[in-house]
Design a protein around this ligand. Structure first.
Ligand code: FES
Ligand SMILES: [Fe+2]
Length: 448
């Protein structure tokens, strides 16, 4: 495990982050060229393209990409624009996050030029009027780089981009044992916030806010944590203290009687936020005070709880991957994939956050929450991206959401001097801005 195994007491240099990345209109416009057209972006799940002709669109800043399954084992991506006179090719239905469906021909709504799944133009009305000048190269859809990892489709608008796997390291190697590609969504909602996309993501890439934003969680345990850079990416986790290594995962045991604390925290988490756990884990947790003796240690409670839940799930055809506890501890609780995706991983569920700019408006963003778990073969529910206004999310998330617009307003004020993140707990915030500055050529954190 080497370096990755040392997860406690990491501390980054103390810095101040200028506000330009959050609030300047010029910066937001420049992101389109310098950032969004250069990085690998998570654009959807593979299970959303089940058959040849299945397609979805992905919008980022002012660009849009059409992604199509072209064969049982192949997908391709194209600029979502008709080469004739520039009409966007596939529209997003009103009120939807993106277009999604299945068809073998894409017909432009303007003059009916038609394209097959390979991007080849198969119909041009009155083609002879061009007198033979129009080549297949002129009429084909523009290709976009696409690849897959972790069950996601990733796109890159830069033809010269490095391979996806190289881009994702070391996150990909650290997360591979969790077999995220086997998980399916339990629910997935999107919304719009009145804040920059970085403000939205940074509400979830540290645990320093737990006492201030979610005070009720303080009854369950100590949520002090760390955030550390990992190349372009970063990850966060909780301090382990003297507890068992497995305790560094999200399956935390609380204060007092660990049987009761686990039962209560699981119930609260399930009802209050509906993330980071599963029905099996919640149900088994409720039995702990009855089945285990009063003097059961935290380690014994944790082992019984997880072993029992694992075997109950196995009996219904849900097989958690075996991951070395030392690797679980070293991986932390969440990875921030540069620039706009976060994977909160575990062996049997995950919680992902994804933020996108609202065009080039620095004061608004799209924000998405997706909760996944393992299901028996063929047993995953059918889900769609569903719009929900911020007030309709589970109440723990609403606590986080309550800070978004207020932070955006605060950072625009004349007397504000820039963010001074906690060098240990908010290292992922610093990492994001160090890497952003490399792409944007401005906005680097400065030592304080
Ligand atoms: S713009 Fe698409 S067919 Fe004319
Ligand atoms: Fe939170």
């Amino acid at each position: 495990m080497g370096e990755l195994g040392r997860i406690t007491e990491e501390r980054q240099e103390a810095v101040r982050i200028p506000v330009e990345a959050y609030v300047f209109e010029d910066y937001a416009r420049a992101e389109r060229e310098r950032l969004w057209r250069k990085v690998w972006l998570q654009a959807g799940r593979l299970e959303d393209l089940p058959e040849v002709g299945s397609y979805l669109t992905y919008d980022i800043s002012e660009d849009s990409v059409l992604i199509v399954r072209t064969a049982p084992d192949a997908i391709k991506a194209y600029w979502n624009v008709c080469p004739h006179r520039g009409r966007r090719l596939v529209d997003t239905p009103a009120g939807m996050r993106n277009a999604r469906g299945a068809k073998l021909n894409f017909v432009c709504g303007f003059h009916a030029w038609t394209f097959d799944v390979n991007g080849v133009c198969t119909y041009v009305a009155n083609r002879e009027d061009w007198g033979g000048a129009l080549t297949d190269e002129d009429t084909r859809l523009g290709p976009v780089k696409v690849d897959t990892w972790g069950g996601w489709i990733w796109i890159n608008l830069d033809p010269a981009a490095e391979p996806l796997r190289d881009y994702l390291e070391p996150a990909a190697t650290m997360l591979d044992p969790f077999a995220l590609q086997n998980m399916r969504p339990r629910w997935r909602n999107w919304t719009v916030f009145d804040c920059n996309w970085k403000v939205a993501l940074e509400a979830f890439n540290e645990t320093y806010h737990v006492p201030g934003t979610h005070p009720e969680f303080m009854a369950f345990g100590d949520f002090t944590g760390w955030g550390r850079p990992q190349g372009k990416h970063s990850h966060i986790g909780y301090d382990t203290g003297d507890g068992p290594k497995e305790n560094a995962s999200k399956l935390r045991l609380g204060f007092g009687d660990p049987r009761v604390a686990t039962a209560e925290m699981q119930k609260y988490t399930w009802e209050g936020v509906n993330t980071n756990t599963t029905q099996t884990l919640v149900d088994v947790a409720q039995t702990l005070p009855e089945v285990l003796p009063d003097d059961a240690s935290a380690a014994e409670v944790l082992k019984y709880w997880l072993d029992t839940a694992r075997s109950i799930d196995a009996a219904r055809g849900v097989h958690w991957p075996e991951v070395d506890p030392a690797h679980v501890a070293a991986s932390g609780t969440s990875w921030q994939i540069f620039p706009n995706f976060q994977i909160g991983h575990a062996v049997n569920n995950m919680l992902c956050y994804h933020a996108r700019p609202f065009g080039t408006n620095p004061d608004k963003c799209y924000f998405e929450v997706a909760v996944y778990e393992l299901y028996p073969e063929g047993g995953a529910p059918e889900t769609e991206w569903t719009y929900a206004p911020p007030e309709d999310f589970p109440h723990v998330l609403k606590q986080d959401f309550s800070n978004m617009a207020a932070v955006q307003q605060g950072m625009k004020m004349g007397g504000y001097r820039g963010n001074i993140p906690n060098p240990k707990a908010e290292g992922a915030v610093v990492s994001l801005h160090r890497n952003l500055a490399r792409y944007m050529g401005t906005g680097a954190p400065r030592p304080i």
